[in-house]
Design a protein around this ligand. Structure first.
Ligand SMILES: [Zn+2]
Ligand SMILES: [Zn+2]
Length: 903
């Protein structure tokens, strides 16, 4: 213990605001986030799910930063070349919507600016937003490699996107075709099936009579009645379909019926897809406005009439209803049907309505020319995009955590339909296809000057852009440099881990698997997968379990929370909120508890630093274990146990559970027990605890660093001055503790656990008997097996439990007097009680009992109140039930004691 270091005293409370920015700058200046390429060493790499460039990070991003950063720091501390690759997404439809709203404030539309002007405007805005997103990640402590940051419209990503498109096209996996698509009339674009949210809504089912046509085209009194929730689409009907085995309609199949109002004749066809039990069993077929009808129309060669335009209004095909909105046309047609005697009846009906995920407008199914990826078409013998993805999951070349979600994934890829990739937007990757009047399409990576076929320079590029997920699906290889053969791609691909909310499993994860396996297939079998493990986490809901939404006003801004409680507390609270894969509830209580933990750690370290002031200590050596006290050996053994647990938990991605165990060790075992016990010894000149405190705190800070990086770096920087060891220059790159197994000591653990239980029993007895805080009663510990341990720790027991302990034999006589008893294992605890004024004590207890009874009556009344039970949230009701149970237990205890005193 030489070389007195400079004073390392800490402020009396932890103030994250004075620490976080300085520590983050220290890490950046040290260059610790930059991933090094070290051939021969296995790297760790993970790509950040790129947040939309449109705005603020939300709580989910905050959670993902905490989770990813924990994994990244843990791997970095194990000496692995570690890459966390950040990025931002151009988010086609979302960004365009926000920009259009901004323009609307100025009284402009995108058409006023023109395509180029609009794009320039968005770019200008993106340049302002990106630095703000970095700033948000930084404030949460994200140790991402900002030098490699990627935006999904960066030039090299444009090349990756176009290369993928061209390759898929040349392999026959991309085609243009008229298909029924989901059309958002508000956003004026096609949507993929995933971008449509279905909700049950109340509607009317209209029963409409279509008269059967007789000889010479005369309508007969006979009719086929169809049931529909969308009478407005009947203007585009081109047939009526029934089930071939439906006896009710046997003699109608092959005949024609007359479309009311429009007066068009429609064939009655038989189709297996008709459900005889729905409505009347007869379906009006509108191939232009319903995906199922589209398929029926294809099978029976029915005409396609489109009567609703892309702006959601009726067109000239709708005759008298031209120019009306869909809702107006529905009302008008229902009215006219009734007038004409065609409306048999209406009845209330609940059905599923598709709404645009972005703007909530009702989605209109429309046939439209779009670009598609053929997911089930083979590009190699027996291999399609979908089948390759299924196989990678089935073979567990890609592992899904939690494992049960693999089934959900496979269910999707096994039933995958072609992916509509074109969007009628201006913001995004414009499809690399050029049309020429000669009829040729030129599909190319680089912009062509002339038509590939006739050489004409009069070519125009396809106006549509690609679905945003087309580019993000390439992230793991495109962000590393593909299609170039870069050092990063060779070294860091396949990436190690990937994490995301389960809600984007299909949007993003599955498509990364499709495209990774396709683009990187020459690197099979090991190097084609985009990542080895994907972790799906749940969504963060509010304290009542309700989804957070701006419209509900229950959104928590992660930066506000981190600002209020500290980034470390924020990370710890989020990570310990639940089990991976399940939804989590965000509560202020957790934030407060996490901040208290950071403070506890600060104060513990402050105490240790004060003890170490002016000293340099060596770590305890296992060879000297016999010279150490029981609690020293216990703490060192517990620390090693913890290190083993943390390692296995992190290997299994159980970050929350690892955080809880580290918390419990630092708070309970180190701070509450060991530190308190050490006070007596240090006061009496026993310096052995110093080395133990320094060493255990050093390991504790290392273990906690990936989860709470700021406070641990700050504290460790002070502690390292006192440890006589070859230490890293910063905790972020210090080694992560791994249990060496040299300190495991079951006997010490059993003995200390007994001592702790005895102390708890003493404290419980003190509380039960209402002893004053200053009282120092005698305690007789009639011990058997653990007498030695109780003796060795008697001074600590005296200090921490404020008693005068005496360890005696199991059969020792107790001095005369009143005692309270408890049994802990084979030790009997006898706590000496002061002489009591019986009358005063009885009065006090009866007063307490009256109060408890009053509370019971109040709660019982509350819980009998039907209105309360109906209206209060379940959590509140349960809280009242819990309080009632506690009050009853308390009252019972009081009655027993009153009974005992009275006897
Ligand atoms: Zn929309
Ligand atoms: Zn041409």
């Amino acid at each position: 213990m030489t070389d007195a270091p400079a004073s390392t005293r800490l402020a009396s409370a932890y103030e994250p605001g004075t620490v976080e920015d300085r520590i983050y700058a220290f890490w950046e200046e040290g260059g610790y986030f930059a991933a090094r390429v070290a051939p021969g060493e296995a790297p760790y790499s993970i790509v950040m799910p790129p947040p939309n460039v449109t705005g603020e990070l939300h709580l989910g991003h905050g959670f993902e930063d905490a989770l990813t950063d924990t994994l990244v720091r843990w791997h970095r501390m194990q000496g692995e070349p570690t890459l966390w690759l950040p990025g931002e997404d151009h988010a086609g439809i979302a960004t365009q919507n926000v920009m259009e709203r901004e323009l609307a404030k100025e009284g402009l539309t995108r058409h006023d600016l023109g395509r180029e002007g609009f794009e320039a405007r968005v770019w200008q805005w993106v340049r302002q937003l990106r630095p703000r997103i970095y700033e948000q990640h930084r404030r949460l402590g994200a140790s991402a490699d900002w030098s490699r940051d990627t935006f999904t419209l960066d030039p090299h990503i444009v090349r990756a996107v176009r290369t993928t498109f061209v390759n898929l096209y040349n392999d026959g996996l991309i085609y243009r075709g008229l298909r029924m698509i989901n059309w958002c009339p508000r956003c004026s674009t096609a949507l993929s099936d995933l971008e449509v949210e279905h909700e049950e809504e109340e509607a009317q089912l209209y029963y409409v009579r279509y008269p059967v046509v007789g000889e010479g085209g005369m309508p007969l009194p006979d009719a086929v009645t169809v049931a529909t929730v969308r009478p407005e689409t009947m203007v585009a009907d081109t047939g009526v379909a029934v089930h071939p085995e439906d006896e009710r309609y046997e003699d109608r199949i092959g005949r024609t019926v007359l479309l009311p109002i429009m007066g068009r004749e429609l064939p009655v066809v038989a189709d297996d897809s008709i459900q005889p039990e729905f409505g009347t069993g007869a379906l009006k077929v509108t191939p232009g406005h319903d995906p199922l009808d589209w398929d029926i129309g294809q099978r029976h060669d029915l005409d396609v009439i489109v009567a609703i335009d892309q702006d959601g209004r009726m067109n000239d095909e709708a005759g008298p209803y031209e120019g009306m909105t869909v809702d107006e046309a529905r009302a008008a047609i229902a009215h006219d049907l009734e007038d004409g005697g065609f409306l048999e009846k209406t009845e209330p009906y609940t059905h599923s309505v598709g709404r645009c995920e972005r703007c909530d407008a009702v989605v209109e199914p429309l046939p439209s020319e779009q670009w598609w990826v053929a997911v089930n078409k083979e590009y190699a013998p027996g291999v399609s995009l979908a089948s390759a993805a299924s196989a990678a999951i089935r073979d567990e070349r890609i592992r899904i955590v939690p494992g049960r979600m693999a089934r959900t994934f496979l269910n999707w890829t096994d039933n995958l339909r072609d992916w509509c990739i074109s969007r009628q937007l201006w913001w995004g990757h414009q499809i690399p296809v050029w049309y020429c009047d000669c009829g040729t399409m030129t599909v190319a990576i680089e912009d062509p000057d002339v038509c590939a076929s006739c050489g004409s320079a009069e070519i125009r590029q396809e106006e549509d852009v690609l679905d945003t997920w087309f580019s993000s699906a390439l992230a793991p290889h495109s962000d590393l440099g593909w299609p170039d053969d870069t050092e990063d791609l060779r070294y860091f691909y396949p990436t190690t881990d990937m994490q995301m909310g389960y809600d984007i499993m299909f949007f993003w994860c599955a498509r990364m698997v499709l495209f990774g396996l396709y683009n990187m297939r020459e690197h099979a079998p090991e190097g084609d997968i985009p990542f080895r493990t994907v972790i799906f986490h749940g969504l963060i809901r509010d304290a009542n379990g309700v989804k957070m939404a701006k419209s509900r006003g229950n959104v928590v801004n992660p930066l506000d929370a981190a600002g209020q409680y500290g980034a470390d507390a924020f990370r710890f609270a989020l990570l310990t909120m639940g089990t991976l894969g399940q939804d989590m509830k965000y509560t202020e209580d957790r934030m407060v508890a996490a901040r208290n933990f950071a403070n506890k750690l600060w104060n513990t370290t402050r105490y240790v630093l004060m003890q170490l002031e002016g000293r340099l200590v060596k770590r305890p050596h296992a060879a000297d274990r016999d010279t150490l006290a029981l609690e020293d050996r216990w703490l060192l053994s517990r620390l090693e146990g913890l290190e083993g647990e943390v390692d296995s938990l992190l290997q299994a991605y159980q970050v929350g559970e690892a955080a809880r165990r580290i918390h419990d060790f630092l708070w309970n075992e180190l701070a509450d027990w060991y530190v308190e016990m050490s006070k007596v010894r240090l006061r009496e000149g026993d310096e052995r605890p110093l080395a133990v405190l320094a060493h255990v705190l050093d390991h504790g800070l290392r273990l906690l660093h990936p989860i709470m990086p700021f406070v641990t770096e700050e504290l460790w920087g002070k502690l390292r001055e006192h440890l006589d060891d070859d230490l890293a220059e910063a905790l972020i790159v210090a080694w992560f503790p791994k249990s060496a197994g040299v300190w495991r000591d079951e006997a010490a653990e059993a003995a200390m656990s007994h001592v702790i239980e005895v102390n708890r029993a003493i404290r419980n007895l003190r509380a039960e008997k209402g002893l004053e805080a200053g009282a120092r009663p005698a305690v007789y510990l009639r011990a058997n097996g653990q007498a030695a341990a109780l003796n060795e720790t008697a001074a600590a027991t005296a200090f921490t439990s404020r008693v005068e302990p005496e360890v005696t034999g199991a059969d020792a006589e107790l001095p005369a007097g009143e005692y309270a008893f408890a049994r802990v294992g084979d030790t009997e605890v006898a706590l000496g009680l002061p002489e009591v004024d019986l009358t005063a004590e009885l009065t006090r207890l009866e007063g307490e009992l009256a109060e408890a009874d009053g509370q019971i009556a109040r709660l019982e009344k509350q819980l009998a109140n039907e209105r309360f039970l109906e209206r209060a949230p379940e959590a509140v009701v349960q809280g009242e039930r819990d309080r009632l149970a506690q009050a009853r237990a308390r009252a019972e205890g009081l009655r027993e004691r009153i009974g005992a005193l009275g006897s």
